[in-house]
Design a protein around this ligand. Structure first.
Ligand code: C2E
Ligand code: MG
Ligand code: MG
Length: 640
C-alpha cells in the first residue's frame, strides 16, 4: 500500500513559512525564542525525514541502508520533539534554572528518550522498533509500542507541568499549549489505524503554529527591527522570575541624550540609530554575555536579563558594553556620540517585587550620570533611593501624623512688612527623617494619594486662617500649592469652596499656586476649575515662573494675580545677561497688571536688587526659612 505524503508536504510548506517569519522578524534572541527555534527545527527535520522515508517506501528500489537512515532519522527526531516541547514549556515558565540544578529531574527527562534512542539506533541489528525485510518493506518491530509509551509519558509530564504553572499564562495561552497534546493523540490514533496516512507531523506542525501565534506572539513580544524583547515581554519575564524566586541580574542601559538625538535627527533616524545600538549590544553580548535576554524598553532604554549561569561575567560584560557605547557611531555623515548610563540591579537582593523593579528601571537615570557602570545597591545604601518605600512612607505619614504644614513668610517691598506666607508641606518619617516634597509629591500624584494630601494641606491652612492667633497677625492671605493632578480633579472647586465655608475663611484669604508646567500642559478641566475659583474671588499665583516652557499665551488667558519668579533667577551675579532677562520679565509681568513674588532670596544684596527692580514681594531664607505654625506665629508677632 502506498503511503500518502500530502500532509507532510503541507507541514513542510507551513514550517518553511514559519522559519522565514522567524528569521525575518529576527526572533532568535532571548531564551524563549531560542528554545522555540530548536523545537521548530526538530519538527522541520522530522518532516523532511518522513517525506524521504515515504518517498523511499513508495519507490521501487530496495536500498536498505537509505531506508534505515530515513526511518531511523524520522523516528529519532519525531520522538525528540515531545521532550523538546516539554523543555520549551519549562523555559516559558522560567524554570530552566531549577531543571539545571536538579539531577533527578534531568534524568527523568533524558532517560526515557535515551532508551528510545538506543533502541532505534540498534534496530538494524535487533529489529526491536522496525526493520526492512528482504523485499525492502518497512515492518514495525515488536517493541514499536514503546515509542508511544515514552511519548505518552512526556505528554503527561507536559500537561501536569503546564497545569501547575497555569497562573503564569492567560487562558488562551494555556489552551493552545495544551491543545498540542490532544492533536498529537488524535494523529497517532489515525496513523495506528491507517499507517499509510502520514498525519502525525501535521499535528505537530499545527501545534507549533498555535504556539507561535498564541504564546510566542511575535507582535507582542519581539521588536522586529532589533529582535529584542518588547517592554511587555520585559514585564512578563521579570514577573515570572519574581514568581519563581529565580535570582536574576538586570543590566539597565540608558541612552541619556536620546531626547536630544530625537530633536536633532528626527524620529526615523533615531529609530535607525537605536537599531544600530541594539545590534552593537547584541554583538558585544555574543562574546561577553551569551545567554542574556535583551529587551528594548523605549526612548533609548535597553536592558538585559541575566541568569545565574552568567553572573560571574556580568561585571566585565557591563564594562565592555559601556566602552562600546562610548565609541562614535557614524551615521548620515555625522559622528554621533552617545551618552550612556549603565546600572546593575540584583533581584531579589536589591528589589524583590515587580513594581519596585519596574519603578527603578524607569527612574534609575535620575540617580547617577557619571558615565560609569553603577549598582542599584550603591544608590539604595546611601539613602538616595527611597522611592521603593515611598508609598508606604506616605501612607504611614498620613495615618501617623507624619505630615505637617510649615509656613514661609513673604515680605511686601511696598508695605515693608510680611503680608503673606506660603504653606509648604513637610513629611517626617521615623526611618528616613525629613523627606523633600519634591521627592514625594510626584509619587503621590502618580498613585492618587495627592488628593488626600492636598485636602489635608487645605484644611490645615483654613483652620490656621480661621484661628484667632492668625487674625491677630494682621496678614492678608496664605498661599497654597496645587499640583497638576489636583487641578485636574472634577470636584476641586467644590471642595475648596466647601472648606472656605466650613471655616468661615474669605476667598481672598487664600491664594492658590499653580506651576508653570501645569499651566503649559493644562487641560480644559483645569482652566474650568481655575475659572470657577477665580470667579468665587480666590486669587491665583503662577509658581516657578521661568523654569518650564513658558506658555505666555496661556498665561495671559488665565485669571492670574501673581507671578512667582523661580529661585533659579535670583543669582544675577552669575550672568549679566540674566539680569536683562529678569528686568524685562519683571516689566512685562507688571504691564500685564500682575504682581511679582521673587522666590529664593538668600542675601541682603539679592533682596535689594529685586526691590530696586520694583518686585512686589520677596520670599526666601534671607527673611526666614519655612517655620512650624507656632514658630511662624512668634516670628511674625515679633517682626510686625
Ligand atoms: P515651591 O512652591 O516653589 O516652594 C518654594 C521652595 O523653595 C520650598 O521648597 C522652599 O523651602 C524653598 N525655598 C524658599 N526660600 C528659599 C531660599 O532662599 N533658598 C532656597 N534654596 N530655597 C528656598 P520645599 O518646601 O522643599 O518645596 C519644594 C516644592 O514642593 C515646592 O516648590 C512645591 O512645588 C512643592 N510643594 C511643597 N508643599 C506642597 C504642597 O502642600 N502641595 C503641593 N502640591 N506641592 C507642594
Ligand atoms: Mg510654591
Ligand atoms: Mg516655586
Amino acid at each position: 500500500m502506498d503511503k500518502l505524503n500530502y500532509f507532510n508536504y503541507c507541514s513542510l510548506v507551513i514550517l518553511v513559512v514559519l522559519t522565514a517569519v522567524i528569521l525575518s522578524r529576527r526572533m532568535l534572541r532571548g531564551r524563549r525564542n531560542r528554545y522555540f527555534w530548536n523545537l521548530l527545527l526538530v519538527v522541520l527535520c522530522s518532516v523532511i525525514f518522513d517525506i524521504l522515508a515515504v518517498y523511499l517506501d513508495n519507490g521501487a528500489g530496495v536500498n536498505v541502508l537509505e531506508k534505515y537512515v530515513a526511518h531511523g532519522g524520522y523516528l529519532i527526531l519525531h520522538n525528540l520533539s515531545v521532550p523538546v516541547y516539554v523543555i520549551y514549556l519549562a523555559c516559558l515558565t522560567d524554570n530552566m534554572y531549577k531543571l539545571r540544578d536538579n539531577v533527578w529531574v534531568q534524568l527523568l527527562l533524558i532517560a526515557p528518550f535515551a532508551c528510545v534512542l538506543v533502541m532505534i539506533l540498534t534496530t538494524p541489528f535487533f529489529r526491536m522498533i522496525f526493520y526492512i525485510d528482504k523485499n525492502g518493506q518497512y515492518i514495525r518491530g515488536p517493541w514499536y509500542g514503546v515509542l508511544y509509551l515514552v511519548a505518552t509519558f512526556y505528554i503527561g509530564l507536559g500537561v501536569i507541568y503546564a497545569l501547575r504553572c497555569r497562573r503564569l499564562f492567560t487562558r488562551g495561552q494555556l489552551l493552545s499549549m495544551l491543545a498540542v497534546f490532544p492533536l498529537m493523540l488524535i494523529a497517532w490514533c489515525v496513523q495506528i489505524v491507517e499507517p499509510g496516512m502520514r498525519i502525525e507531523m501535521f499535528a505537530h506542525t499545527m501545534g507549533i503554529l498555535f504556539i507561535l501565534l498564541m504564546v510566542q506572539k511575535p507582535e507582542e513580544r519581539t521588536d522586529s527591527a532589533t529582535g529584542f524583547g518588547k517592554p511587555s515581554a520585559y514585564v512578563t519575564d521579570v514577573e515570572q522570575a519574581v514568581y519563581n524566586k529565580r535570582p536574576i541580574r538586570i543590566l539597565l542601559i540608558n541612552i541619556l541624550n536620546y531626547r536630544l538625538l530625537l530633536d536633532v535627527l528626527g524620529y526615523m533616524s533615531t529609530k535607525e540609530l537605536m537599531n544600530l545600538v541594539a545590534e552593537r549590544i547584541a554583538q558585544t553580548c555574543r562574546t561577553e554575555l551569551p545567554k542574556a535576554d535583551p529587551y528594548y524598553l523605549d526612548r533609548g532604554r535597553f536592558c538585559l536579563i541575566v541568569g545565574r549561569e552568567n553572573f560571574h561575567r556580568l561585571d566585565s560584560a557591563a564594562q565592555a558594553l559601556n566602552e562600546m557605547l562610548k565609541e562614535d557611531i557614524y551615521m548620515q555623515d555625522m559622528n554621533i556620540n552617545l551618552q550612556s548610563n549603565l546600572c546593575i540591579l540584583r533581584c531579589p537582593e536589591d528589589f524583590g517585587d515587580l513594581k519596585s523593579i519596574l519603578a527603578f528601571s524607569n527612574e534609575f537615570e535620575e540617580y547617577e550620570k557619571t558615565g560609569k557602570v553603577f549598582y542599584a545597591e550603591e544608590i539604595l545604601n546611601d539613602g538616595r533611593y527611597i522611592i521603593k518605600d515611598i508609598e508606604n512612607i506616605i501612607e504611614n505619614a498620613m495615618t501617623n501624623e507624619g505630615m505637617s504644614v510649615y509656613y514661609q513668610p513673604i515680605y511686601s517691598v511696598e508695605e515693608k512688612r510680611f503680608v503673606s506666607a506660603e504653606a509648604l508641606l513637610r513629611l517626617n518619617d521615623e526611618e528616613y527623617g525629613h523627606i523633600s516634597p519634591e521627592l514625594f509629591i510626584p509619587v503621590a500624584e502618580k498613585n492618587g494619594v495627592i488628593h488626600r494630601i492636598g485636602s489635608f494641606v487645605l484644611e490645615e491652612v483654613c483652620r490656621f486662617i480661621a484661628s484667632e492667633e492668625f487674625q491677630k497677625l494682621g496678614m492678608d492671605y496664605i498661599e497654597v500649592n496645587l499640583s497638576v493632578a489636583q487641578c485636574m480633579r472634577n470636584n476641586l472647586a467644590n471642595e475648596i469652596l466647601g472648606l472656605l465655608e466650613k471655616y468661615h475663611v474669605r476667598p481672598d484669604q487664600i491664594n492658590l499656586e499653580i506651576t508653570e508646567t501645569a499651566v503649559a500642559d493644562s487641560q480644559n478641566i483645569m482652566a474650568e476649575n481655575v475659572r470657577i475659583l477665580a470667579e468665587a474671588g480666590i486669587p491665583f499665583s503662577l509658581d516657578d515662573f521661568g523654569t518650564g516652557y513658558s506658555n505666555i499665551r496661556r498665561m495671559a488667558t488665565l485669571p492670574l494675580n501673581i507671578v512667582k519668579l523661580d529661585k533659579t533667577f535670583t543669582d544675577l551675579e552669575e550672568n549679566p545677561r540674566l539680569e536683562i532677562v529678569v528686568r524685562n520679565t519683571v516689566r512685562m509681568i507688571k504691564d500685564m497688571q500682575m504682581k511679582i513674588v521673587v522666590e529664593g532670596i538668600e542675601t541682603e544684596e539679592m533682596a535689594k536688587q529685586f526691590s530696586d527692580m520694583k518686585c512686589d514681594y520677596i520670599q526666601g531664607f534671607y527673611y526666614s526659612r519655612p517655620l512650624t505654625r507656632e514658630q511662624f506665629v512668634s516670628f511674625i508677632s515679633q517682626a510686625q
